[in-house]
Design a protein around this ligand. Structure first.
Ligand code: GDD
Ligand code: MN
Length: 373
C-alpha cells in the first residue's frame, strides 16, 4: 500500500460541474509541492453524473479514491466516513465548489507536519479572511452559529469552517455524532488536541444556488452544541473541558466573593458604625479584589501567557468589567421587576446569571485572553 502524506477529503453531492476541476486543482497543487496525496471523494450517491466523472478520472489520476454512500445522507456523516477510510495520518477537508482555495492546502499540511499543530483551520473571521457573495442574512446566521464556539473555544475565530486539516490521532478516540454541516465543531469539541492554528482565507460562495438553511437545521445545530457541551463534561481529555473548568472555577470564586462581600458589609457596618450603603461600597470593592486575586492565580493559572502583560493592567480591566457587571445586574433586576412584574428576588437571580455570563465572557476575551500565534 502506498504511504500517503495527506488525505484530502472532498465531500460531494451533485457536483458534476465542479468535481473534475477541483480534483485536478488539488492533484496539481500536491504534485507541485512534492506531497504524495490521497484524494478521497465521499459522495452521497449523486444522480447528476458526478460519480461517472470521478470513476473516469481514477484511470489517470493516481491516489484518487472514491466512496459512494447509500445511507445516512449528510455532509458531516460523509466527512466522518472519510476520516475512517483516510489512509494518511494528516487529513484535509475541502469543499468541491471552490469556496475554499485549494492552493492553501500545502500551508495547512506544513503547519501540521513541520510546525506540529494538531488542527489547522481556514478562517473567514480573522484578519485577512473574508466572505464574498454572501447576503447579510447568511452572515448574521453564520456569526450566530459561531457564538457557541466562542464560549468553548475562545481562541478560535471560525469554529464552523468547512475548510480544515487535522492529525488523524485527534479524532482517534472521539465518539462522534455527526449531523448537519458543522463537522469542525464536533472535531474541536470531541477530539483530543492542544495546538490549533488558523489561516485566513477568502470564502467565495458558489455563483448560483441558495442557502438551504431551514429552522430544523438551526434546531439541529443547537442540539449538536448541547451534545458537545455535555460530552466535554464527561470526557476530560477534550479541550472544551479545560474551558468548562474555568467556568466552574470562576463560579466558585464568584461565590467566595459573596461571602467576602457579606462579611465586610457586616463588619464595617457593625464595628465601625458606618451607614450600610457606604459599607456596601467597601464590601463590593473588597470582593472584587479577592475575586481578582483568586481568578488571576487559580482560575486562569495560565495568565502569564495572557496578552495583558502586567497584573495591574489585568486588575484595572477586571475592575471595570465587574463594575459593568454590577450595572447589568441592577438593570435586569429593575427591568424585570418593574416592567415584567416578576418577583424581585427572582429578577435578581436572573440578573446574577446574566452578569455572571457577562463577567466570564468579557474577562475571558479581554483580561485573560490567551496569546495566540
Ligand atoms: N457527501 C455529501 N453529502 N456532501 C455534501 C452534502 C451531503 O449531504 N451536502 C453538501 N455536500 C458537499 C458539497 O458538494 C460541497 O462540496 C460541500 O459539501 C459544501 O456544500 P455547500 O452546499 O456548498 O455548502 P455551503 O457553501 O452552504 O457551506 C459551506 O460553509 C459552511 C460554513 O458557513 C461549507 O464549507 C460548510 O462545510 C461550512 O460549514
Ligand atoms: Mn459552498
Amino acid at each position: 500500500m502506498i504511504k500517503y502524506d495527506i488525505s484530502v477529503i472532498i465531500p460531494t453531492f451533485n457536483e458534476a460541474e465542479n468535481i473534475e476541476n477541483i480534483i485536478r486543482a488539488v492533484s496539481g497543487i500536491l504534485t507541485d509541492k512534492n506531497i504524495t496525496g490521497e484524494i478521497l471523494v465521499v459522495d452521497d450517491d449523486s444522480g447528476d453524473g458526478t460519480k461517472d466523472i470521478v470513476r473516469r478520472l481514477q484511470d489517470s489520476i493516481s491516489g484518487l479514491n472514491f466512496i459512494i454512500r447509500e445511507e445516512d445522507h449528510g455532509l458531516s456523516q460523509s466527512v466522518v466516513e472519510g476520516f475512517e477510510k483516510a489512509q494518511a495520518d494528516i487529513i484535509q477537508v475541502i469543499d468541491a465548489d471552490f469556496s475554499h482555495p485549494p492552493q492553501l492546502i500545502p500551508d495547512f499540511y506544513k503547519s501540521i507536519k513541520e510546525d506540529g499543530f494538531d488542527i489547522v483551520i481556514g478562517s473567514r473571521y480573522m484578519k485577512g479572511g473574508d466572505i464574498k457573495n454572501w447576503p447579510v442574512k447568511r452572515r448574521i446566521i453564520s456569526l450566530g452559529a459561531t457564538a457557541f464556539g466562542r464560549v468553548l473555544f475562545p481562541e478560535i475565530t471560525d469554529p464552523v469552517s468547512g475548510f480544515f486539516a487535522i492529525k488523524k490521532e485527534v479524532i482517534a478516540n472521539a465518539r462522534m455524532k455527526p449531523r448537519g454541516y458543522k463537522i469542525l465543531m464536533e472535531v474541536l469539541g470531541k477530539g483530543t488536541w492542544e495546538k490549533a492554528k488558523e489561516i485566513p482565507f477568502i470564502f467565495k460562495d458558489r455563483e448560483e444556488g441558495e442557502s438551504k438553511l431551514k429552522l430544523s437545521t438551526m434546531i439541529d445545530y443547537i442540539l449538536q452544541c448541547t451534545d458537545i457541551g455535555v460530552y466535554a463534561l464527561k470526557n476530560h481529555n477534550t479541550y472544551a473541558w479545560k474551558e468548562w473548568k474555568k467556568i466552574f472555577k470562576f463560579g466558585l470564586v464568584g461565590a467566595s466573593g459573596i461571602v467576602v462581600n457579606t462579611g465586610i458589609l457586616y463588619a464595617v457596618t457593625e464595628y465601625f458604625g458606618i451607614y450600610y450603603m457606604i459599607s456596601s461600597v467597601f464590601a463590593i470593592e473588597a470582593s472584587i479584589a479577592t475575586n481578582f486575586i483568586l481568578n488571576d492565580t487559580w482560575t486562569f493559572d495560565g495568565a502569564n501567557k495572557s496578552h495583558m502583560g502586567s497584573r495591574w493592567k489585568r486588575f484595572v480591566s477586571f475592575q471595570l468589567i465587574s463594575v459593568c457587571g454590577v450595572g447589568i445586574n441592577l438593570l435586569v433586576l429593575f427591568a424585570l421587576t418593574e416592567f415584567a412584574g416578576i418577583y424581585y428576588l427572582f429578577s435578581n437571580i436572573v440578573g446574577i446569571f446574566i452578569a455572571f455570563a457577562w463577567n466570564f465572557l468579557v474577562n475571558r476575551h479581554i483580561t485573560w485572553k490567551n496569546k495566540t500565534e
